[in-house]
Design a protein around this ligand. Sequence first.
Ligand SMILES: [Zn+2]
Length: 280
Amino acid sequence: MCKIGIDIGGTSVKGILVEGNNIIKTASSPTNAKSGRKGIETAMFSVIEQLMCEGVSLIGVSSAGNINPYTGVCVYATDNLPEWTDYPIKTSVEAKFKIPCVADNDAICALKAEIANYNDCQNAVMITFGTGIGGAVLSGGKIIRGKNFDGGRLGHMILVPDGKKCNCGKTGCAEAYLSCTALNYEGKKLIPSLSGVKGLFRLYESGNQNAVMVLKRFSFYLNIFLDNVRTAYAPEVIILGGGLSKDKEILLSLIDNKSDITFAKFGNNAGALGSLIKLY
Ligand SMILES: [Zn+2]
């Protein structure tokens, strides 16, 4: 029995065909976000069509934005996915393909995929460091959803009162200090030739004083952020994912309390895999 998992992000739609526990085929397409709802839907349908085969029993969709997992509607999405707010993911996919569909938020999907690795883990936090900071929380075996399906968006906890402006409209959010975007911005101020966070990490390794300064500041904020997360949720594990987490050694060296820190195992496929796990 096969299942299709889809992950909709701001730049690409990725998909996997799963048989049992094995990924047997992958596909992807640019999101076409600039074309709004129609463009994103076309990309999603195209990836599903590329993976479709006899006997697919379920289509899971992991999407950025606040998703109602019971109705499969995107309740709210930022401008990363224009016109995606109010889009009925589940009913649209079911109408087109005549196969049952489930949909959920991408950070929550990643959390669901990752915690399947841990024996009987009831309390966990997933943090993804990418263009933004994604967050999802499992507490007492249940996903924290919040009243508008916007609970657990940890990237928008305020870290610095009256601090830097965030994409969400607030100031001083963790995302404005800890995302790859923020780190790259700070790095470029001191090292104008810098190309991305990877480059910053390499300079840090070689002892470049400017890179050390930028990452010391990052470390200061990261440790406050992680401490706030522990205070709020007392998780058994904090799982770090996203682009930044690929440099595990360096990221870990910047964290004071490493006792509960682990790294995501599924990388790019976590969202698509987790979309197929029904956990409310
Ligand atoms: Zn924010």
